[in-house]
Design a protein around this ligand. Structure first.
Ligand SMILES: O=C(CO)COP(=O)(O)O
Length: 248
């Protein structure tokens, strides 16, 4: 039985002062079978740890550099995140792939580094509006997944989370339909099965991300292959995130 994961990606939002205010206002009743996660900016991770340490809520990072340590000015390594108590790390978010030109190969190295440091990678995949119109969605996502899984054992693959985030749905207020998202989630599971076998495909968790809110969350979670959501804008307000968690 795969555990539902509700993950908030704060992106480049909330200062330390604002994050403190957020966590002071964030109160939930724990639910069995649903995991809650926040991925704040690096600067807020110690604040997340301070407030969430004795709770069931997990915290993680939005990015990582694939090397352990050394002369990589401005970067943050997986051991550094592990030491801050991070459980998850988002790898290959489309905003980084698009703005910074991160390649599938570079993202694959991040995924490996996260697993080697006993954290769980959330691998983001998804197509642009144009690729969707051209019927290239599966080709794009298939290649993003195969490259990321190439250097992983079946056991490592089984631990992963893969987030399907259609680029056109991110921050647009126009989410994919639950039916379309399920179709891609099913394709993702099939791709994992081909690469790493049935057991890994049964265990890997697949999230949907892109304009998720309190009104549409339940529709996504009803889908057979969707095990949770990666939430941007709606994760920035305590009340909205509490509402989403309660509906999950
Ligand atoms: O990119 C996302 C989460 O990683 C989705 O962002 P929005 O929920 O703001 O559309």
């Amino acid at each position: 039985m795969r555990k539902t994961l509700i993950a908030g990606n704060w992106k480049m939002n909330l200062t330390v002062t604002e994050a403190e205010k957020f966590f002071k206002a964030f109160k939930i009743q724990k639910k069995e079978g649903t995991e809650l996660l926040f991925c704040p900016p690096f600067t807020d991770i110690p604040i997340a740890r301070f407030f969430l340490d004795r709770s069931s809520i997990r915290w993680g990072a939005q990015n990582v550099y694939p090397e352990e340590k050394g002369a990589f000015t401005g970067e943050i390594s997986a051991p550094m995140l592990k030491d801050l108590g991070c459980s998850y790390v988002i790898c290959g978010h489309s905003e980084r792939r698009q703005i910074l030109g991160e390649s599938d190969e570079f993202v694959a190295r991040k995924v490996k580094a996260v697993l080697e440091n006993d954290m769980i990678p959330i691998l983001c995949v998804g197509e642009t509006e144009e690729e969707r119109k051209e019927g290239q969605t599966e080709e794009r996502i298939g290649s993003e997944i195969r490259t990321a899984l190439f250097a992983l054992s079946k056991e490592e693959t089984a631990k992963m989370v893969i987030a399907y985030e259609p680029i056109w749905a991110i921050g647009s207020g126009q989410a994919a339909t639950p039916k379309d998202a399920e179709e891609i989630a099913s394709f993702i599971r099939k791709t994992v099965k081909e690469a790493a076998g049935k057991k890994a495909a049964d265990e890997v968790r697949i999230l949907y991300g892109g304009s998720v809110n309190g009104d549409n969350i339940s529709h996504f979670l009803k889908q057979k292959n969707i095990d949770g959501a990666l939430i941007g804008g709606a994760s920035l307000k305590p009340d909205t995130m509490i509402d989403i968690y309660n509906k999950a």
